[in-house]
Design a binder for this molecule. Structure first.
Ligand code: 23J
Ligand code: MN
Length: 262
């Protein structure tokens, strides 16, 4: 197929449902789980608020609209490099300066759902990724890599989602060596189904919060609170993960969409 045929086939395949659009996004609203920083940080990102301006009433007789309170790092969202690394105020550091060409890319879905079910602190290692590649094929330059844990099953309940006890939050994530391996492959970014890109216990790793630290140091992106990864194949889907063009934004809620061949 010539490259011009590829795009002329994409339209009909989308319209006929031969390519399905899978929504990898959670609901954004007052019940969306919110990251709770340790008490030594005075400020937290707020819960979502949706305020009615009008709904076919005296404030707007023929229209309905709302305004919102919404943090950048809320719900299914995107982490830009400046979120963690200063000096990234060039190229792809902010939501309004990144290269959108990078955001639409093949996605590798690493299924860790069984491990995460038996151990909420499960960590994906470089060795796990290498054996996944033996089975499914290699992870390539420019691709997304996402960790399927089915954590979206907990997203209706913030306590279940954050899974915090006296030792802090417990949720799965990547090890330092996993991230170093993926970055050696020049991926575009890493995604998680949990509240952030790092494991719940990642504050104790070296460096602390290695997904944030290492991804963003390398101009790569993070995706958090992804949903419905159980609907994606290990390889072959295209993920579209685009942040709002917030001026000097450090992140943004997204509507994450995956194109899946039926
Ligand atoms: C701010 C501070 C720490 C963390 C985070 C945000 C996130 O996980 C995030 O949403 O990027 S760990
Ligand atoms: Mn974030």
């Amino acid at each position: 197929m010539s490259s011009s045929d590829m795009l002329s086939n994409l339209g009909p395949m989308l319209l006929s449902g031969q390519i399905e659009v899978v929504d990898c996004t959670g609901i954004l609203g007052p019940n969306t789980p919110i990251l709770q920083l340790p008490p030594d940080f005075a400020k937290n990102t707020p819960k979502v608020e949706i305020h009615k301006i009008s709904e076919y009433d005296e404030d707007g007789p023929f229209f309905a609209w709302n305004w919102m309170v919404l943090g950048e790092h809320t719900g299914t969202h995107f982490d830009a490099p400046h979120h963690w690394i200063t000096g990234k105020d060039f190229e792809d550091g902010y939501t309004d300066t990144l290269a959108v060409q990078r955001l639409v890319a093949p996605v590798n879905v690493i299924d860790c759902s069984k491990s995460a079910k038996s151990d909420p602190d499960f960590l994906l290692t470089a060795d796990h990724v290498k054996s996944w590649e033996q089975e499914h094929g290699s992870i390539n330059k420019g691709e997304w890599v996402v960790m399927r844990t089915d954590w979206d099953n907990r997203a209706h309940d913030q306590d279940l989602f954050l899974n915090t006890d006296e030792n802090g939050p417990h949720s799965p994530g990547p090890t330092v060596d996993c991230l170093e391996y993926l970055l050696s492959k020049d991926i575009v970014g890493w995604g998680s189904q949990c509240i952030g890109t790092d494991a719940g216990q990642a504050g104790g790793m070296d460096p602390p919060f290695p997904a944030h630290n290492l991804l963003h140091k390398n101009n790569c992106f993070g995706l958090a609170s992804l949903a419905n990864l159980d609907k994606l194949p290990a390889k072959g889907a295209i993920l579209i993960a685009a942040p709002l063009k917030i001026e000097k934004g450090t992140g943004s809620p997204i509507r994450a969409l995956a194109l899946v061949q039926k």
